[in-house]
Write a protein that binds this ligand. Structure first.
Ligand code: MN
Ligand code: MN
Length: 492
C-alpha cells in the first residue's frame, strides 16, 4: 500500500466501510498535500482495516479492494473527522451500520452506546495508562459492538493468568469461584503430571470430570460396592469420578499427561482434598495398628506431610495392574472412563461439529454433561440457551468471541483464546463466533445429567409464522429461510 491508494472493504456485497478510504501521508482536508497531519490518519486507516477484516471473517470472506486513487476531488472528501467516524462504524457492526446515528438498526440504544456514537477523537481515544499486549487480546472490550448494552458480571476467566503450584512430578493451577465470582457450578483445574508423576490417592465431596489434553495417564478408582477400576486414558478421553469415590492419577511415558479437571461445585479446590497421607499422618499410631491389624511400628516411615503431586516410578503394564486390583465383587457396572474423541458427532455441517457426552452415553457422568464444539473459520455457534444449567466453557484451540444476552436488556461481548474460560448463566442467550483463521475448539460443560439447549431459529420456525412476522417486521419469505432444525452451527 502506498500513498494515495484507495481502500474499499466488503463482506460479500456488503460494504464494511461507509466510504472508500484513501491512504495518505499528507491529508488534503485543508489544501491538497498540505502538511496537516497525517501519519495519524494513515495509522488509523490501517487499524480500521485490521478490525474490518477481523469482523468480516465472522460471516463471510473479506473482499479487500485496493485501487489507485483518483487524485483530486475524491481526496478532498476525506477529512480526519470522516475517517474517525467511519472507523467506528466499520468496526462496530458487520456492515449493517452506515452512519453514526443512534436508534438505528445495529445501533439501537438511547442514550447511544458504542464507539460508533463517539463524534470526536477525544471521546474515542484512550490516553491513560495501558498495557497494549494485554489490551490487544480483548478487542471486544476495547471496542464493543454497538449492540452491547449496559454491563454484566465478568464471564471471562483464564488459566493463562492462574498461579501454578509446582512440585516434583507436575503442577496444577485452578480457577474457582474465589477468583471467578460468576462460576457457581464448576471449578476448573489444569494439571500436568510428569512421566510417572503421581497425583496421590485422595477423594473429595464433589464429582470430578476430566478430559485428557495431552499425553496419557493411568487412573485408579474403587466404587462404593468395592469394585475397582484401573485404566489408561489417552488424549481426548474423559473420566468421571462420582463424589466421595477415592482415586489416583499417574502420568505415563514418554510424555506424561496434561488434563483439565472440572469439579461440579464452583468453590471446590484441588489444593484442599482429602488425602491418604494426611489422614494416616494424623491418626494415632495405636489406632493405625488396630485398624490395619499390624504393629504400629510398621508405620514409622510414613510421610508426615502430604505428597499431593510427587515423582513416582514406572507403573508397568496395565494388565498387571488390572490383575493386582482384582476384586471378588467384580468390576464397576459402568466404566469411569469414556472416549470422547472416538464418538460420532451429534451434529456435523459446514459450520463445524458437536460431540455430546452425558449420562445417556457416558453412564456414570451423572452430574456433568459436555458438548465438545468445533467451529470452522467463518462459522458460528448459533444463538441459543440452555434451560437446565449454567454453561462453563473451556477454550482449547483457535479464537472466539462470545456475546451473552440478559434481561435489562444487557448484552456483553468478550474474546477468548486457548486456555480461557467462559461462563453463561442458565437460560441466558448467547452465541460464539470463530474470529480466527483456524478451527475453533471449545468445551461446554453443564452441571447436569443431560445436555439440553433451546435454539432461537428452531423456536422461531415452530411458532405460527404470523406471530413472528408481526413481532419482527420481517417477511414470510425471510422467515421461511431460517434453519428449522436447531443447526447448532452455522452455516449449515
Ligand atoms: Mn480428584
Ligand atoms: Mn451454549
Amino acid at each position: 500500500m502506498t500513498d494515495g491508494q484507495q481502500i474499499r472493504c466488503a463482506a460479500g456485497s456488503q460494504s464494511l466501510l461507509p466510504e472508500p478510504i484513501a491512504l495518505v501521508r499528507r491529508c488534503d482536508c485543508v489544501s491538497r498535500f498540505a502538511d496537516c497531519v497525517s501519519l495519524e490518519i494513515t495509522r488509523r486507516a490501517l487499524e480500521i482495516l485490521r478490525r474490518a477484516r477481523e469482523i468480516a471473517r465472522i460471516a463471510a470472506p473479506l473482499k479487500l479492494t485496493v485501487s489507485k486513487s483518483i487524485l483530486g476531488c475524491t481526496m478532498t472528501a476525506i477529512s480526519r473527522r470522516n475517517i474517525l467516524v467511519g472507523a467506528a462504524a466499520s468496526a462496530a457492526a458487520l456492515g449493517v451500520v452506515g452512519s453514526a446515528t443512534a436508534g438505528t438498526f445495529g445501533n439501537p440504544d438511547s442514550p447511544p452506546e458504542g464507539r460508533i456514537n463517539g463524534k470526536n477523537r477525544t471521546s474515542l481515544d484512550d490516553p491513560g495508562p495501558q498495557n497494549p499486549t494485554l489490551a490487544g487480546q480483548f478487542p471486544s472490550f476495547q471496542d464493543p459492538p454497538a449492540t452491547d448494552v449496559n454491563g454484566m458480571p465478568l464471564f471471562w476467566a483464564s488459566f493463562n493468568n492462574a498461579h501454578k503450584r509446582f512440585q516434583n512430578g507436575g503442577w496444577a493451577r485452578e480457577v474457582t469461584q474465589v477468583d471467578f465470582a460468576i462460576s457457581e457450578d464448576i471449578a476448573g483445574v489444569n494439571m500436568r503430571l510428569s512421566e510417572n508423576g503421581i497425583r496421590e490417592l485422595h477423594w473429595h465431596q464433589q464429582a470430578e470430570w476430566a478430559i485428557m489434553l495431552d499425553g496419557k495417564c493411568r487412573i485408579t478408582i474403587i466404587d462404593e460396592v468395592g469394585r475397582p477400576q484401573v485404566a489408561d486414558v489417552k488424549t481426548g478421553d474423559l473420566w468421571y469420578f462420582p463424589p466421595g469415590l477415592p482415586h489416583s492419577l499417574q502420568g505415563l511415558g514418554p510424555t506424561g499427561a496434561e488434563f483439565l479437571l472440572a469439579f461440579d461445585n464452583g468453590k471446590s479446590t484441588e489444593f484442599n482434598t482429602l488425602m491418604l497421607t494426611d489422614w494416616i499422618a494424623h491418626t494415632p499410631p495405636d489406632v493405625l495398628a488396630r485398624n490395619f491389624g499390624v504393629p504400629a511400628d510398621a508405620f514409622k516411615n510414613i510421610p508426615l506431610d502430604q505428597r499431593w503431586i510427587f515423582q513416582g516410578t514406572d507403573p508397568g503394564p496395565l494388565a498387571a495392574d488390572e490383575r493386582a486390583v482384582k476384586s471378588a465383587k467384580g468390576v464397576p457396572a459402568h466404566p469411569f472412563v469414556f472416549s470422547l474423541s472416538d464418538l460420532q458427532p451429534t451434529r456435523q455441517n459446514k459450520g463445524g461439529m458437536v460431540q455430546i457426552a452425558d449420562s445417556r452415553n457416558f453412564n456414570v457422568s451423572k452430574t456433568v454433561a459436555v458438548a465438545m464444539v468445533t467451529v470452522k473459520p467463518g462459522g458460528m455457534r448459533e444463538l441459543h440457551w440452555h434451560p437446565n444449567a449454567d454453561e462453563w466453557q473451556y477454550y482449547i484451540k483457535g479464537r472466539a468471541r462470545m456475546t451473552v444476552f440478559d434481561t435489562g436488556p444487557r448484552a456483553q461481548t468478550a474474546d477468548f483464546r486457548p486456555g480461557d474460560i467462559g461462563y453463561v448463566k442458565k437460560s441466558l442467550g448467547h452465541y460464539v463466533q470463530n474470529t480466527g483463521d483456524t478451527d475453533l475448539v471449545f468445551l461446554e460443560l453443564f452441571k447436569s445429567d443431560h445436555y439440553a439447549e433451546v435454539s432461537l431459529s428452531e423456536w422461531l420456525t415452530h411458532v405460527p409464522p404470523e406471530l413472528v412476522t408481526q413481532h419482527l417486521n420481517i417477511s414470510r419469505e425471510t422467515l421461511a429461510r431460517f434453519p428449522n432444525t436447531a443447526p447448532d452451527l452455522m452455516p449449515i
